[in-house]
Design a protein around this ligand. Structure first.
Ligand SMILES: [Zn+2]
Length: 344
């Protein structure tokens, strides 16, 4: 079968690899109907060091179950399933608490340990706990939005929850990538009265406004902080959704947060220590967030997707075949595309 393999910075190739197959009795084999390229895939794409082992990429997919192991109880061949970016048993203490990304038997797709979803098929460990069977056919018109439940929509929702977004509150979203745009959807869905999008790409800003952003701040750094604070009556915003993962983004988040406010961070951090310890302390800020337990959120978000109340699939602005995955990485890295969908 064909799959995308990352060999080094800027070097992703589509190759013939051994067919995915069942290994454990609790595995399922899924034929990928739709996958995508994630903003977080761009970190290794940019920064992979010589000597690091090759990596089969991709952690977001919708597919059709092709085979199940003898220990799989809830899934059957032919089921259309969404695959969260992390696998989980669904039974441990953390899974019961809705924190599937901390599952004691879990892990992540698209790593050196477990091949990813930018492929024709993949093996799903702990299939009963991991996969979510969808009440749709494999070619449903809502497929793009359903695909976002494997990561970006759930991640945006997690940012909003961690930032304590609620009815009547002010929110700011840092980052105009697919997660930031989904964070706008999530903030609106949870009742934020004012949603300030911080970004500067015209196409992304336009989409953010359609998703519910009430204000846009294009400045960066100190200027951006001043502008957001001014928009929020001089006191700052109650909820900050940090969807980038850089030190500068966290510094901005702490700078724009209102005293007593909360920051929900979902951008994979690429810095050692959280900056702004002093202002965060004196302003009584809550800093929360991490990898989103998207498996736990599918149940909550799915009805809104099926009813068309939210349309997170609009973040996909390019659809490619598997052989074009290298160009898909390039396009996202150069910010030519917001998010690329892959149809193997
Ligand atoms: Zn678990």
């Amino acid at each position: 079968m064909r799959a995308a393999v990352l060999y080094g910075a800027g070097d992703v190739r589509v190759e013939n690899v051994p067919d995915a197959r069942l290994i454990e009795p609790t595995d399922a084999l899924v034929a990928v109907s739709r996958a995508c390229i994630c903003g977080s895939d761009l970190w290794p794409y940019k920064l992979m060091q010589p000597g690091e082992p090759p990596r089969r990429m991709g952690h977001e997919a919708i597919g059709v179950v092709e085979a199940v192991g003898s220990g799989v109880r809830t899934l059957k061949v032919g089921d259309v399933v969404v695959m969260p970016f992390a696998y989980s048993d669904g039974t441990c203490a953390f899974c019961h608490e809705g924190l599937h990304t901390s599952c004691v038997h879990g892990g992540f797709f698209g790593t050196v340990e477990l091949p990813g979803a930018q492929a024709e098929a993949l093996r799903i460990p702990l299939a009963d706990g991991t996969l979510f069977a969808l009440p749709v056919g494999a070619d449903d018109a809502l497929m793009a939005s359903l695909l976002t439940l494997s990561d970006v929509m759930g991640t945006g929702h997690h940012a909003a929850r961690a930032a304590k977004v609620g009815r009547g509150r002010t929110a700011a979203v840092i980052g105009d990538g697919a997660v930031g745009l989904c964070a706008v959807i999530a903030a609106r869905r949870l009742g934020a009265e004012r949603i300030i999008m911080m970004g500067h790409h015209p196409d992304r800003i336009a989409l953010a406004k359609e998703f519910g952003a009430t204000d846009v701040v294009k400045e960066r750094g100190e200027e951006a902080v001043a502008r957001v604070r001014a928009l929020a009556g001089g006191l700052g915003v109650q909820s900050v959704l940090e969807c980038v993962g850089t030190e500068e983004a966290m510094r901005t988040a702490i700078g724009i947060a209102r005293a007593g406010g909360a920051i929900g961070r979902v951008g994979v951090p690429h810095y050692e220590a959280i900056p702004g310890s002093e202002p965060a302390f004196y302003n009584n800020l809550t800093i929360a967030g991490g990898p989103a337990p998207v498996r736990a959120y599918i149940q909550e978000l799915l009805p809104d997707v099926l009813e068309g109340k939210i349309e997170p699939g609009r973040v996909f602005d390019r659809v490619i075949g598997l052989d074009d995955v290298p160009d898909g990485y390039r396009a996202m890295n150069e910010r030519e595309a917001i998010k690329v969908m892959v149809k193997p």
